[in-house]
Design a protein around this ligand. Sequence first.
Ligand code: BG6
Length: 494
Amino acid sequence: KINQPTIVFIFGGSGDLNKRKLTPALYNLFADGHLPEMFLVVGLGRTDYSDTSFRNYLLKNLKTFSRRKVDAKLWKEFSQKIAYLDFDANVKNDYNKIGKLIEATEKKWKAAPDVLFYMAVSPAIVPPIVTSLSRLNICKQKNCSRIVVEKPFGHDLESARALNKLLLTYFDERQIYRIDHFLGKETVQNILALRFANALFEPIWNKRYIDYVQITAAESIGIEDRGDYYDKAGALRDMVQNHIIQLLCMIATEPPVSFEDNEVRNKKMDVLNAIRKIKKEEVSRYAVRGQYAGGWMKGKKVKSYLEEKHVAENSSTETFAAIKFYIDNWRWQNVPFYVRTGKYLPDKSTLIIIKFKEAPKFSFPAQATDNWKANKLIIRIQPEMDIRITFQAKIPGQEMLLAPVDMIFDYDESFKEAQPEAYETLLLDAMTGDATQFMRGDQVEKAWEIIMPVLDFWAEKKATDFPNYLPGSWGPDQSDALIATDGRSWDLVI
Ligand code: BG6
């Protein structure tokens, strides 16, 4: 629990992120007793709400989006801590309202609060908000004001650099929290525990024993009503530049000496620095893109990407991306990291597969085994959450026949504790000033640098074969070809 009196300002208070993720996260933190006595969350937006109508609007959505059932008494208590402020980012005077509210609250509490400014707004209006906010006194108090910036953090390397520069003009790096919600997931945080709290895995966690790594972030939904944003982004910007590269860093990082935020982030930076640069002329050897056609998905007819609302005619935006990365350092030299992500794939499933090399001499009858299934460590991030080791075992009987079997750690079986949502963990971290699970400015820029050649090449060379995969399939054929050239295939998603 944090004791420090705290005010959270949510820019974009009447928007989607707040109703789906932020308010449910704060409500659950409150229910679990993690919030301080003196706590206020202020939604800011242009919609015409009173405090009461804003609370009612949030409550309606909370019932849909909260991980725990909403308790009437608890909500009543929590809702007293919610306020709404009519706010237009372009009206200078509206920033004074924020200053005044902080002063009034400080007087009421008889204590100086920490303040968290959460940018849950479209990226275009982050710069004007940041610039005007910085004039408030509270922002000059570096220890008690922080700013959370949502993804997308820039649109490319250049705009990310510009945004970093702007933020750093007014705030110190330690005040800036660039959020990547994947880092708040329990299963993702557990990767460091698995690797570094056990001496079992580390000795074989390298090129000598690992054949390849696969990271899949599959989604069974389309772009829904986000055409406006998505058509300018695409799968590479939406998922790879941030979430998937972060997962790769968790698998590939050297052991941090401590869990101090900059130590963990320095180690991840080492991984990013070692990722082999893909030359523009080699992009088609390393990366594949796809776009979904219309068709059937789990018995329902779905539109093609090009028929979705707010998508440009003949759009060349990819809804699927697969890339082969290499990390040029002692641990990972020549171990491929195959990553893929896409919309309208068969299942919602995010998982990481570490495939170990075959036994040096296989003395068992070859026909007796399903060897490709074994020798793997599989980390399922979501929605199933478990870790399994798949290995060969003798089938009971008179013959020496083998079959792959699983050794499984399942969260629900091993732990009774409820799992907090990623946003709960990250909001609490931001409130307490722990930046370990947030992206530092240099990390974000480096991640852009890594994918820029692919983005540039794809932008110059429009896809001629779109749409090239059916809903409910595992993406375009080229995705299989990308990995087949190495004599491998995508592992089945279990
Ligand atoms: C978001 C992307 O960052 O992550 C979405 O913008 C995607 O397109 C989402 O659907 C996936 O997150 P999760 O936690 O549902 O896997």
